[in-house]
Design a protein around this ligand. Structure first.
Ligand code: FO1
Length: 334
């Protein structure tokens, strides 16, 4: 009798906020934490009330700690809003909703950054304190800010576009302020060089993964890994957020095919939802890469593990079997 030992491969995820966080949570259910690193967008970061807010990093950390709000995906499940109610009473800005417990994290992060600690170090300490085992890295410790170019209001800082204007303005382009001078945070390039597989989470290609890929050295570091992307667009629509609207406003029909083209120089394989099965042969023909068709819907919560597992196993097969390199740790034991 024989049975297979669990498969292992160094896995890096590139992630934005809610979709990427849920996908990474699914991977964390079955991958040993030392095999999993998530590199997170910081283009959404901004200062508010003088505090340093890092929404995507916080969403990833709260989700991996099982503390996230189940419906919103951002912020904490158990939250109160007394501080914001007082701000409202005093006539201050309340368009960006900061809960009381969440505020505690922003206060402590801002204090540490003011002492000169780099963001990556602060994240590492917070993850340890919250019981998050996989490695969470901001793509850079340097300032990198997404600016959304809009028809109605001109350039808007990301959170003003996203929250204050509720993603309503029509998008004409994007600018990643500070990207050219940004250096990958400590550990980012090493993680990518050591990675067997890099998974592009089902995050917004324009404003979640493009800012990560805009950091000098990131694209080059992906060359040696097997890179598998997951479409955040299902049946022409996004599960959450404005990705489909952005494609349309940029003159591109939103679809899994458009997302595959978006990442075309990077991909070894691509994953589309069952409802986009008809696009798979087109993607395979136009990009010359294999496509996995599967259920990518990540609700309810246990679905995340199933989605993550199918994507990971597809990437594993591409990496170790199609490349014909047997994995040193893969095999049978008596
Ligand atoms: N998104 C909103 O739509 N409205 C909010 O008031 C809001 C507050 C907020 C506070 C902390 C935090 O970590 C995230 C927050 N988000 C909010 C989400 C945030 O805008 C993210 O950047 C987006 O989800 C894009 O990833």
């Amino acid at each position: 009798m024989s049975f297979r030992v669990p498969l292992r491969a160094k896995t890096v995820v590139l992630s934005g906020g809610v979709g990427g966080a849920r996908f990474t949570w699914g991977l964390a259910r079955f991958l040993p934490p030392e095999d999993l690193t998530v590199i997170v967008n910081v283009g959404d970061d901004f200062r508010h009330f003088g505090l340093y807010i890092s929404p995507d990093l916080d969403t990833v950390c709260y989700t991996l700690a099982d503390m996230e709000h189940p419906e919103r995906g951002w912020g904490l499940a158990e939250e109160t809003w007394h501080a914001l109610e007082m701000v409202a009473r005093l006539g201050g800005p309340t368009w960006f909703r900061l809960g009381d417990r969440d505020l505690g994290l922003h206060l402590e992060r801002t204090r540490r950054l003011a002492q000169g600690q780099p963001l990556s170090r602060v994240v590492q300490d917070f993850c340890r304190a919250l019981g998050v085992k996989p490695r969470v890295l901001p793509v850079t410790d340097d300032p990198l800010r997404t600016v959304v170019l809009t028809r109605e209001h001109g350039p808007l800082p990301f959170q003003e576009y996203f929250v204050k204007h509720g993603t309503q303005p029509s998008v004409t382009g994007f600018h990643f302020q500070g990207a050219a001078a940004a250096r990958p945070a400590p550990g980012v390039l090493d993680a990518l060089h050591q990675a067997d597989m890099v998974l592009l989470a089902p995050s917004n290609p324009w404003v979640s993964l493009n800012p990560i890929l805009a950091v000098p050295g990131l694209r080059e570091a992906l060359r040696s890994a097997t890179v598998v992307g997951v479409s955040p667009i299902l049946g022409g629509k996004t599960v959450k957020g404005p990705a489909a609207k952005m494609y349309r406003e940029m003159g591109i029909e939103p679809s899994a095919l458009a997302v595959a083209h978006h990442y075309r120089d990077l991909l070894s394989g691509f994953v589309v939802d069952n409802q986009d099965a008809a696009l798979a042969p087109l993607i395979e023909a136009e990009l010359g890469i294999p496509v996995l068709i599967t259920d990518t819907w990540m609700q309810p919560k246990p679905r995340r593990e199933q989605v993550a597992r199918s994507v990971w196993e597809f990437a594993y097969t591409l990496h170790f079997h199609m490349r014909k390199e047997p994995h040193p740790r893969e095999g049978k034991v008596p």
